[in-house]
Ligand binder design. Structure first.
Ligand SMILES: NC(=O)c1ccc[n+]([C@@H]2O[C@H](COP(=O)([O-])OP(=O)(O)OC[C@H]3O[C@@H](n4cnc5c(N)ncnc54)[C@H](OP(=O)(O)O)[C@@H]3O)[C@@H](O)[C@H]2O)c1
Length: 293
């Protein structure tokens, strides 16, 4: 059960206690605001600023970002659009990978690299303490086994220095989550998961039992938006778009799932919020469950 004492927002899904803060379960992922390949500035800068402001005006209190997006551009847009930040807003960022000139995401998890990334995020977001920092393990494709003790220890030290409020993990295996929990308090896990990719079902259930948030990235399929006959059929029956039904399914999958769908379009943002509020029938959920397994 959620321990939040803040009244639910009007957004679908209500609220969730994310570490020390309460956030709307319907959040916003800012990655796709940068230019093509998540490099450089957006094609429509004014549009990007408008989407960020609209998201917050609609009651969204959880924005996911990284200083590696752009790099720097996405954080700078968030800063320009929203600073000084409303007290209710939680901005989650990630460290553990940087960008190279070709747009790659080389890992950067040595203590000095993590310190540098935390300070870069503080500067570009214009804050004295980061609300939430996820340690990104694995690579662009998936988690990789291996110890995360050293980078978690480094982030714990940065937290103890007052530069980070809460810690989370990204692109991790169940075993890595358990290892990190032996070192520091982990408030969320951000892995790839959606109605078509269900590999983390058991992890989601375990985390729900521990009041830890699970934040699926690529909730709509990411760079290749989800498409399936089942999704389209359920969407037609519910009077919603297929992609927004994928969000409704996530909200109903488990109470600890927080949504961070990305969009550079105000129309898509509104469509996603409206569609995620659709209440799926037991048969809809059974059909969608069958599609992802
Ligand atoms: N931890 C990690 O390693 C990691 C990796 C990837 C992403 N992330 C985080 O997860 C967030 C979500 O992932 P994502 O943005 O890559 O993928 P996503 O949310 O699955 O999908 C975003 C894509 O869907 C499109 N879209 C959104 N709403 C739509 C609608 N109603 N109709 C049609 N198209 C729609 C968007 O295009 P439009 O702009 O045209 O709407 C965008 O191209 C990111 O923003 C980022 O913060 C984390």
């Amino acid at each position: 059960m959620n321990t939040s004492t803040t009244p639910a927002t009007l957004l679908p899904g209500g609220d969730w206690a994310l570490g020390a803060r309460t956030v709307s379960r319907f959040g916003y992922g800012a990655m796709q605001l940068a230019g093509p390949g998540v490099m450089g500035p957006p094609a429509d800068r004014a549009g990007a600023l408008a989407v960020l402001r609209e998201a917050v005006d609609l009651g969204i209190t959880h924005i996911d970002t990284s200083d590696a997006y752009g790099p720097h551009y996405t954080n700078q847009l968030i800063h320009e659009a929203l600073h000084p930040y409303p007290e209710s807003l939680v901005i989650a960022t990630k460290v553990g990978a940087e960008r190279d000139a070709q747009g790659g995401w080389p890992t950067a998890r040595e203590p000095s690299a993590l310190r540098r990334q935390v300070h870069d995020n503080l500067r570009t977001l214009g804050v004295e303490r980061l609300d939430l920092v996820n340690l990104r393990m694995g690579d662009a494709a998936s988690p990789r086994s291996g110890s995360l003790a050293e980078p978690v220890q480094t982030l714990l030290e940065l937290q103890q220095e007052g530069l980070i409020r809460d810690l989370g993990l990204s692109n991790v295996t169940d075993g890595q989550v358990a290892e990190a929990q032996g070192i520091a308090r982990i408030v969320c896990v951000q892995n790839m998961y959606n109605v078509a990719h269900r590999h983390d079902d058991a992890l989601i259930s375990r985390l729900a039992g521990e009041q830890i948030a699970y934040v699926p990235f690529f909730p709509l399929g990411g760079f290749t938006p989800l498409q399936s006959e089942t999704l389209s059929r359920v969407a037609a029956g519910a009077g919603a778009s297929p992609l927004s039904v994928a969000l409704a399914w996530l909200l109903q999958r488990s109470p600890n799932i927080l949504l961070i769908p990305g969009t550079s379009s105000q129309a898509h943002l509104l469509d996603n919020i409206a569609g995620a509020a659709v209440v799926l029938s037991g048969q809809d959920i059974a059909d969608l469950d069958g599609f992802g397994r």
